[in-house]
Design a protein around this ligand. Structure first.
Ligand code: G6P
Length: 612
């Protein structure tokens, strides 16, 4: 949460920072700000989006070839101009931008208050910049040393960049818990929360590790030291990010583009891992842990949000195909329980961004108890990817829309591959059935393509239901997590209250909500518990509920009962979620657009939740 970007070099910083902030806006969009240094240090910040900041700075002095920028997702202090970053130190010599939470800010604020410091904002961040200035004055040290000492007294998570009028040729950056990457160009440096603002300028990056401080001096090599004052050699990596994938490419919204990218992203996630000729399923990233996984007494999936729903699908996949018991845990709950974990457990952490604070903390907890941790991440080099023992990347490409779509199907694809590879090494599936599963998985991208053809019809249905206040999503078996995901998608972007439920559980509560106003979405595909779902549909019909059903091509039974049906191609049951979620993604997209909602940046949400 919160996007950080900074620049030092020969070029004008302002346009680079603005473009960077637009790329990072998915991380938060409550307010935005920049600080630019020429002969004076100019700071501009505004409640609202980056576009509001752009309007605000028109006609102002925007010169400077060093500067910092921030887009905020509010934690401490409401979203307003004062709480927007950057924040000045008391003397107005230093400015800071911050992503994360300084947990002991109240204590620090009290101490600084006693020493006469006055605060212009309600943020935890402002406390840190005053603390740094206070240390610098008291200890008579340079700014880098003051930052180092201050960070030793800070509890919590941070990624920060500091710019000072006293040092016009220097940026200082540091991180713990929140991500920070440094782009190393030709006589210029970029600092950002992720590589998206950097990729068009340089492919050479250094990911800062926790408790490291980067000292970035103009025309000098990058220096890194730890907060214990130990110099480290920067480890340069090459970015694989493709610039085109960061643009909308003719679509009205990133979310729609990403929904339509799914045939490709699923294919990319399978490439080189599903080999029909040899009949082998293998994931290079976890090859050393294959035995461990196959012999696991239990698998624990930890994740948040949509990734947690993918984990639930993973539970069905691993239990059915690999015959290993699975538990799926919200990372935020898991980390604060005292979970029973032993060394024969394998934890699979699932995260699109690879930065979710709760998932990261849950990984650390499981690690401390001796479990093996595997990761399924989309962002290469992300904190979770680095914190796990091994893992496999979903090759979904950058996902910009805050509501996750293609990352979800890519995660399920990887979970299916993992379950198949374990099944293969355990030899617990008949060879012919295994081969059939492989063939079917291979055909999924073409079937997703086919499922997308219902878009116009879905748009029509969206028009019918766009003004409702509630919706219920029901599914069973593999489609139960899909019901949860469908409801989440609708809530996230259209602000309509929606609930996902196992279809049979409806009788134990939600059925009381059903009247002629209540639309109920059934995911009623032809395999598994289909006849039972049909009975559940009857139960809703008997109470005059409106029924929208996702069915398998050629279905006639549900068609007779439902008000609207949307067809998806037939597939084997374990892969159904990869198809049945697609119409639900499109339905929420169209409803949100028709309601005039900001689809890519829904209110109060952020794509990367780096605070707990
Ligand atoms: C946020 C995003 C969701 C995402 C969740 C988990 O809430 O808005 O789309 O599913 O975080 O994120 P992760 O990056 O760990 O998958």
């Amino acid at each position: 949460m919160c996007g950080i970007v900074a620049y030092i070099g020969d070029r004008q910083a302002y346009p680079l920072l603005m473009k960077g902030l637009q790329r990072l806006e998915y991380r938060g969009y409550d307010s935005a700000g920049v600080a630019l240094l020429n002969s004076s240090l100019n700071l501009y910040k505004k409640k609202g989006k980056v576009a509001d900041l752009q309007d605000f700075v028109k006609g102002k002095d925007l010169r400077g070839n060093i500067g910092i920028g921030h887009t905020r997702w509010a934690t401490h202090g409401e979203p307003n101009d004062e709480n927007a970053h950057p924040h000045y130190s008391s003397s107005k010599k230093h400015v800071i931008i911050h992503n994360g939470i300084i947990e002991n800010y109240v204590t620090l604020k009290k101490e600084l208050g006693k020493r006469g410091y006055e605060f212009q904002s309600d943020t935890d961040t402002e406390v840190l910049v005053h603390l740094i200035e206070d240390i610098q004055a008291k200890e008579e040290v340079d700014l880098v040393e003051a930052v180092r000492i201050a960070l030793n007294g800070v509890i919590g998570a941070y990624a920060i960049v500091i710019l000072s009028k006293d040092n016009p040729d220097q940026l200082i950056a540091a991180k713990r818990g929140s991500p920070l990457v440094i782009g190393v160009g030709n006589k210029e440096f970029f600092v950002a929360s992720d590589a998206t603002p950097i990729v068009e300028h340089t492919k050479n990056v250094v990911y800062l590790n926790d408790n490291e401080i980067a000292i970035i001096n103009r025309n000098e090599n990058l220096k890194i030291k730890t907060i214990e004052n130990k110099f480290m050699t920067p480890y340069m990596e090459e970015l694989e990010l493709n610039l085109e994938t960061l643009e909308k490419g003719g679509y009205d919204h990133f979310m729609l583009k990403e929904i339509y990218e799914q045939p490709q992203s699923i294919k990319d996630s399978m490439r080189g891992r599903l080999n029909l000729e040899t009949g082998i399923v293998g994931l290079g990233g976890i090859v050393d842990y294959e035995k461990k996984l196959a012999n696991a007494e239990r698998i624990i999936m930890i994740a948040c949000g949509t990734s947690w729903h993918a984990g639930l699908v993973g539970e069905y996949l691993f239990e059915e195909l690999a015959r290993i018991p699975v538990e799926v845990e919200y990372a935020s709950e898991f980390r604060y329980r005292d979970p029973v974990i032993n060394k024969n457990d394998v934890v699979i952490a699932i995260s699109q961004s690879g930065e979710t604070a709760d998932t990261l903390a849950a990984i650390e907890l499981a690690k401390s108890k001796g479990a093996t941790i595997l990761g399924i991440c989309n962002v290469v080099g992300s904190s979770i990817a680095r914190a796990t023992d091994a893992g496999s990347y979903t090759h979904a490409g950058p996902e910009v829309g805050v509501a996750s779509t293609k990352a979800f199907t890519a995660q399920i694809t990887l979970l299916a591959l993992m379950a198949l590879s374990v099944a293969q090494s355990k030899g617990n599936l008949k060879k012919s059935y295994f081969q059939q599963l492989m063939n079917e998985l291979e055909s999924i991208p073409a079937k997703v393509e086919k499922a997308l053809e219902a878009d116009e019809q879905i748009k029509y249905i969206a028009g019918v239901y766009k003004d409702v206040q509630n919706m219920l999503y029901l599914g069973r078996g593999y489609n139960f997590p899909v019901a949860l995901e469908g409801a989440l998608k609708l809530k996230e972007i259209s602000y309509i209250h929606a609930e996902g439920y196992p279809a049979a559980e409806m009788k134990h509560g939600p059925i009381a909500l059903i009247d002629e106003e209540m639309p109920v979405i059934f995911i009623a595909t032809s395999k598994g518990p289909y006849p039972k779902v049909v009975s559940n549909i009857q139960e809703v019909k008997a109470r005059k509920g409106k029924i929208i059903a996702i069915v398998t091509e050629g279905d006639t039974t549900v068609k007779e009962l439902a008000d609207y049906t949307i067809e998806i191609p037939e597939t084997m049951e374990p892969f159904v979620p990869l198809l049945s979620v697609v119409p639900l993604q499109l339905l929420s997209y169209h409803i949100a657009v028709m309601r005039g909602c900001n689809v890519d940046q829904p209110r109060n949400l952020a794509k990367s939740v780096t605070v707990e």
